[in-house]
Write a protein that binds this ligand. Structure first.
Ligand code: AMP
Ligand code: GLY
Length: 449
């Protein structure tokens, strides 16, 4: 039976979701996009669906279109779309959804809400923190903690957080930054969260959730910093890798179990708070520290690029998983994965993330890509008259698969070499050298504390 599936969003993450869904021959893909992602557009055409370009945060309009197209299941994907209540409008129009409603997605768009929830429900892994809506007390709290992370409460595309020792040289700068965020109302007028700086290695755990059952994916490590050796400003993520099991090389099984448990408890707490089951993908960003795992943030969606790592090895049809999430039958789904590891690297325009250059044409040598074995996913690009142009953000994600992280890295690197334009990428992601540094860093953290 044909399933008319609606996907809202047009990044590389959504391209990967679309590609996975279209592996099920029954799917007719419908997509709402803010710019024409050539990969998603092509999948809509080949699956005999349709796409629409417009405002992807206008839930009412999307729900109307979905009704018209007889959509059987919908997945609004990006954070801003969930924060705009698109899932709520679809639900109101009686369209089945497998993504969280605005009240639950708040865990992502309100950083103070997450911390508050963790304290209220006594969920482990919450760093010391305070929420400020005016300057009073900021100086004292920073003096008390010394090393801090300063975060605007609302959404900033992963670029609003500054941390002592990285973007903030001293407590003077931390205080000034917190006050600047308040004055400029960065991320909205929700204020600023200041929390203790966590030391360790970061990792992502994503899970499919149906409100009762949570099914964890492999842990993935993203690379937030723009430049090699983890230097430069924060970005949406420059690339990510995972191993051929659930545990990254620097983690222990107990780190996985603890993070999974924390996310499960957050899923339950969100139901208690919002009165609705948490249905959708949950994304946990954790720091493995000397004292166990701590929560950096919880998102109500797939990570980008982490989605590419997770979906590339999934053998169970994504459509079956999404259907089970919507029906509350995830416990019956057997998750099967390939043994391969994955490395994803983003090619990004010159000037990213601070000030990308004006759009330029991007050339792709498909024969070269085929030879490399890499796969590509379009992100911030636009297609006009058959030519692909860069946008202002990450352009194309390149995925390499292999028997080991090192092998997958070589494939991804070769794939990056098949894309031309004023683009660059981090060559170090997934290299044996960098993975080894992570392992040694974690050993040092565990030893010294
Ligand atoms: P976020 O936008 O919350 O993901 O934060 C962006 C980045 O800031 C994270 O990926 C971390 O590298 C860093 N970060 C956030 N919170 C903390 C913290 N409490 N301690 C250390 N680093 C942090
Ligand atoms: N890669 C980070 C994120 O999706 O939030």
């Amino acid at each position: 039976m044909t399933v008319n599936f609606l996907l809202v969003g047009n990044g590389a993450r959504e391209h990967a979701i679309a590609k996975s869904l279209c592996k099920s021959p029954d799917v007719r893909l419908f997509a709402c996009m803010s710019a024409k992602n050539p990969g998603i557009a092509n999948l809509c055409q080949t699956s005999k669906g349709e796409f629409k370009i417009g405002n992807i945060e206008n839930g009412r309009e999307i729900a109307k279109w979905a009704k018209d197209k007889k959509i059987a299941l919908a997945f609004p994907s990006p954070d801003a779309v969930l924060a705009a209540g698109v899932a709520d409008e679809l639900k109101k129009a009686r369209i089945r959804i497998c993504a969280p409603l605005k009240a639950a997605a708040r865990v992502e768009w309100d950083k103070n809400f997450l911390r508050h929830l963790m304290v209220k429900y006594k969920i482990e892994g919450c760093p010391k923190y305070k929420h400020f809506t005016d300057e009073k007390g900021i100086d004292e709290f920073i003096d008390q903690l010394k090393e801090v992370a300063v975060k605007p409460v609302g959404l900033t595309g992963g670029k609003g957080v500054s941390v002592s020792g990285f973007q903030l040289k001293n407590s003077q700068e931390a205080k000034a930054y917190a006050k600047e965020l308040l004055a400029k109302k960065t991320g909205g007028s929700g204020g600023v969260v200041i929390e203790e700086k966590l030391l360790g290695e970061e990792f992502t755990l994503m899970a499919f959730c149906d409100g009762k059952t949570m099914s964890g994916m492999r842990t993935v490590q993203d690379h937030k910093r723009a430049f090699e050796d983890d230097l430069g400003p924060n970005t949406g993520g420059m690339g990510a890798y995972c191993d051929n099991n659930h545990i990254l090389p620097f983690l222990k099984q107990e780190d996985y179990d603890k993070s999974f448990d924390i996310m499960h408890r957050i899923m339950e707490a969100l139901e208690r708070e919002s009165g609705e089951k948490y249905v959708g993908v949950m994304y946990g960003q954790f720091m493995a520290t000397h004292g166990g795992v701590s929560v950096i943030e919880i998102n109500a969606r797939f990570g980008d690029p982490e989605a590419m790592n997770a979906l590339a090895v999934l053998k169970t049809p994504l459509l079956d998983i999404f259907n089970a999430m919507a029906d509350g039958t995830l416990a019956d789904v057997k998750m099967e994965r390939e043994a391969a590891t994955t490395v994803v690297k983003y090619v990004v325009p010159e000037g990213y993330p601070n000030k990308a250059v004006e759009p330029f044409p991007i050339g792709i040598d498909y024969a070269c890509l085929k030879k490399s074995g890499a796969e590509i996913f379009f992100a911030s690009v636009d297609e006009r008259d058959g030519q692909i142009f860069s946008g202002m953000s990450r352009a194309i994600a390149v995925l390499g698969k292999g028997a080991s992280i090192a092998q997958a890295q070589v494939v991804a690197e070769e794939g990056c070499g098949c894309i031309f334009g004023r683009l660059w990428h981090r060559r170090d992601i997934g290299t044996p050298n960098l993975v080894q540094k992570r392992i040694e860093h974690m050993q040092k953290i565990r030893r010294e504390h």
